[in-house]
Design a protein around this ligand. Structure first.
Ligand code: SF4
Ligand code: SF4
Length: 307
């Protein structure tokens, strides 16, 4: 698929697709839009999409960047800062980029090093230094979030079409339960199943409850999620606090920690414990005042230092 800019493409918005830590399912979901792919590549000038073409232009200004995956290494952090700097609009796609994904499910427990060692052993890091995974908006300003695991192709088309025409994007704010009711499903909570539909962002058309499976929250927390009520409801059905919190955190990751730490009985991670990017101008850190990052290269020690 050729991506070379031509005279006819000059007016098209320049778009980049990037992937960080995740399963690549969101970028694959876009590539699997066989019927619409030509229209997409005709509507915008795709300058970078490594999964689709080895021809990349990673030194250019972009109109829109779509980012998949959470941030897990210092190298990714630098790439992220660079993409943010080059992009007019940055869109996080998928639950890993939006909330940290399953790899951020234990944020705040402070046991990342032990978990890492358990999986990888005492390895020496020579290329990139890893750290606990965080969602993209913990480091840079994100203009839009398209949740999902993976994203829904129609929400992606909707967002791309509007952004390419200079319009804003508003996605679903209601929970999965609304769609579940529209689909006339019998509520699984009545059968004492641990369903996270009441607190999970809709947009998936209640895919799982419609197949008699409880929602596991893979679209992340709904905008106005009433987690306190959901916890009470599930406790009434004899689910343990541990089980409920573990389910809520599986895909809710950092978003759950940020918004409901007290309710979940967990300690919100201190934002200052995260490594800081070198080139980000205005890091967005929940609960902290915005601070202009130093343009000086930080010493490696200070970037990974724990408080
Ligand atoms: S089955 Fe789950 S998603 Fe459907 S109405 Fe009940 S709680 Fe909500
Ligand atoms: S019902 Fe829940 S688990 Fe299933 S796709 Fe929708 S958000 Fe994900």
């Amino acid at each position: 698929m050729g991506m070379m800019a031509s005279k006819t493409q000059a007016a098209k918005p320049k778009v980049g697709f990037y992937g960080f830590t995740g399963c690549a399912g969101d970028l694959l979901a876009i590539l699997h839009c066989e019927n619409e792919l030509l229209d997409i590549f005709n509507a915008v000038d795709v300058r970078s999409f490594l999964m689709a073409s080895s021809e990349v232009h990673d030194d250019e200004e972009l109109d829109i960047s779509f980012l998949e995956g959470s941030i897990t290494t210092d190298h990714q952090l630098e790439s992220l800062a660079d993409i943010r700097k080059r992009s007019k609009i940055l869109v996080a796609i998928g639950s890993c980029a939006c909330f940290g994904g399953p790899q951020a499910a234990r944020l705040g427990y402070g046991d990342w090093k032990e978990r890492f060692k358990k999986v990888y052993g005492a390895v020496k890091h020579t290329v990139a230094k890893p750290f606990e995974s965080h969602p993209v908006d913990e480091y840079v300003k994100v203009d839009y979030h398209i949740p999902g695991c993976p994203i829904d192709r129609y929400q992606f088309f909707f967002a791309l079409t509007r952004l390419a025409q200079g319009m804003s994007v508003e996605l679903t704010t209601f929970p999965v339960c609304s769609e579940c009711k529209w689909n006339e499903n019998e509520c699984l909570l009545l059968n004492a199943q641990l369903c996270l539909g009441p607190v999970t962002a809709g947009g998936c058309d209640s895919r799982c409850p419609s197949h008699n499976l409880p929602c596991i929250g893979c679209w992340g927390p709904a905008a106005e999620a009433n987690v306190a009520s959901e916890i009470d409801l599930l406790k009434e059905r004899n689910f343990s606090s541990e089980e409920i919190v573990s389910k809520l955190r599986l895909f809710g990751g950092a978003a759950m920690v940020r918004r409901f730490a007290d309710l979940l009985g967990i300690k919100a991670e201190e934002p200052a414990r995260k490594p800081r990017p070198k080139k980000v101008r205005e890091p967005i850190v929940a609960g902290k005042a915005k601070k202009r990052a130093s343009t000086k290269k930080p010493k490696a020690k200070s970037r990974t230092k724990k408080r």
